[in-house]
Design a protein around this ligand. Structure first.
Ligand SMILES: C[S@@+](CC[C@H](N)C(=O)[O-])C[C@H]1O[C@@H](n2cnc3c(N)ncnc32)[C@H](O)[C@@H]1O
Length: 305
């Protein structure tokens, strides 16, 4: 259910100091730099949607002739202009203050970079922005092919886990984030992640993210949470068959009623939401059902509010 704080809550206005965390995120930076270097060819024209500090446009400008960097937040527009002026080839980047949902470049582009990526494709507007861009671009530049998108695709999965929610004896089953690159001592996977969505941005897609999956438990334990995983394929090299991938942080969703599960049990997980929705739209629709392998009873779990 939406509330009046949604527009602030939904990743639309990320303050400048938080962009420092993103610049400092080595895996994110290296992955985007490698993807942009792989995809942008010398002399290319590039559009970045949601430019922030301008860092991805800077990467693109090392090879491109021209980069249009679209950012809505005036504080970031000022910051991007001043940072780019201090960096080599920054003069190839035109920072445009505009809403990416409405902006189109004055000429066709070869590559579009869009990092409005939150786990689950929630909060940030990656899906609506790219869908809107494609429709308007093909109308304006009839006869032109779509540019290559960075990322090319996002793959989403769900994993049943046993999560330790005790903190110095304080029990707090709250939604939490996990660094995908770190070993999570407090989490035990009870089954492999189950893919529920494969979204290729160049293909046509609707705005719904829907999971209707059955997961077979591989390890017995207490099922008390689900881990939401979003892996973004930033670039694909068809010659070498390599990809450049980047995971956003995992989200762990606690379940209201922990359940003992045994190897071979079948758990069904259902939810749906629209790309860019707040997390509570996912949790409001979440249903987790356990049909024991031997017993035929079904137990429905609900998420902790
Ligand atoms: C996750 S940040 C990424 C920033 C930068 N591209 C980077 O990789 O460091 C997303 C950026 O998109 C901007 N943004 C969000 N919605 C937008 C919109 N509708 N139009 C233009 N910019 C938008 C935000 O202000 C923010 O700077």
């Amino acid at each position: 259910m939406k509330n009046k704080f949604d527009s602030l809550e939904l990743g639309q206005f990320i303050p400048l100091h938080y962009h420092h965390n993103m610049l400092n995120d080595e895996l994110r930076m290296k992955a985007f730099k490698a993807a942009i270097n792989m995809v942008v060819k010398p002399g290319a024209k590039v559009l970045e949607l949601g430019g922030g500090t301008g860092v991805q446009s800077f990467f693109a400008a090392q090879k491109a002739d021209k980069v249009f960097c679209v950012e809505r937040n005036p504080e970031l527009v000022r910051a991007a202009r001043s940072f780019l002026a201090a960096n080599i080839n920054g003069d190839k980047v035109e920072v445009v203050q505009a809403d990416a949902l409405h902006y189109l470049p004055p000429e066709p582009v070869d590559v579009v970079i869009c990092e409005m990526l939150h786990t689950g494709l929630l909060r940030e507007k990656q899906m609506p922005v790219i869908a809107s861009f494609k429709q308007r671009y093909l109308e304006k530049f009839a006869g032109h092919r779509l540019p290559i998108f960075i990322p090319e695709a996002s793959i989403q999965a769900i994993q049943p886990i046993q999560q330790d929610f005790y903190f110095e004896d304080f029990y707090a089953p709250a939604i939490l984030f996990q660094d995908p690159a770190s070993i999570q001592e407090r989490s035990k996977g009870l089954a492999d992640p189950k893919v529920f969505q494969l979204l290729a941005y160049a293909d046509s897609f609707n705005q719904t993210c829907c999971c209707d999956s059955e997961v077979v438990i591989a390890e017995s334990g207490q099922l008390n949470a689900l881990r939401l995983i979003t892996k973004n394929i930033l670039a694909i090299n068809l010659e070498t068959k390599d990809t450049v991938d980047w995971h956003t942080q995992y989200i762990v969703l606690p379940l209201a009623a922990p359940l003992s599960v045994f190897e071979g049990d079948h758990i069904s997980v259902r939810f749906d939401y629209q790309g860019g929705d707040s997390l509570n739209v996912l949790t409001d629709s979440l249903e987790v059902c356990h049909a024991g392998a031997m017993r035929q009873d079904t137990k429905k779990l609900s998420i902790v509010a």
